[in-house]
Design a protein around this ligand. Structure first.
Ligand SMILES: [Zn+2]
Length: 184
């Protein structure tokens, strides 16, 4: 089932999301719905707060990038209760966008490697260092679970430049090809 994507201005995007327990109801169905919603919107990642749920669940699909990055062929994963424990010192800038911020693309500096802990879809625990593009996507998505959006990482000047677009979103004017839920 395709769910509406919550857009900037929705309070749930600013909440601290909570870890879930293994008996969380209909988790498989929720994850399937998140994948379907992300696919429909052509995203590479989607965090549960973006569909209105303040819980620590994220889906990532990098298979769509496999033409350019063959290492991601078939890469489609869910991350449950993910946490970033530490990050490398080396910062890399890359342009980011977000399904909850339609029409905004800005360069964001982030560490190029991170140490993460999470459960996979089978509730199996993982503890690993991740680098490169996946580390970038994970940081963007896991930020959502802490109520952080990529625009929070921008300079004051860049924030000023996108203020008009953000104000329009809060007023319910989000232009995109997928179903969204604005505040108004
Ligand atoms: Zn996002």
């Amino acid at each position: 089932m395709i769910l509406p994507i919550y857009v900037f201005g929705q309070p749930v995007l600013r909440e601290e999301a909570q870890d879930i327990t293994p008996d969380y109801p209909n988790l498989k169905e929720l994850i399937a719905n998140m994948f379907e919603t992300m696919d429909r919107a052509d995203g590479v990642g989607l965090a549960a707060p973006q569909i209105g749920l303040p819980i620590r669940v994220v889906v990532v699909d990098l298979d769509v990038l496999a033409d350019d990055m063959p290492e991601f062929k078939g890469f489609r994963r869910a991350y449950i209760n993910p946490h970033i424990l530490e990050a490398g010192d080396n910062l890399v800038a890359m342009e980011e966008g977000c399904l909850s911020l339609p029409g905004i693309h800005e360069s964001v500096k982030r560490p190029d490697r991170i140490h993460v802990q999470y459960l996979d879809e089978e509730m199996k625990p993982h503890d690993e260092w991740v680098e490169g593009y996946l580390a970038r996507v994970m940081q963007h998505e896991f930020d959502h679970l802490d109520g952080v959006m990529f625009i929070d990482h921008l300079s004051a000047l860049r924030k000023q430049m996108i203020r008009g677009k953000l104000n329009s979103m809060v007023k319910g004017k989000a232009r995109c090809s997928y179903k969204v839920k604005t505040v108004k």
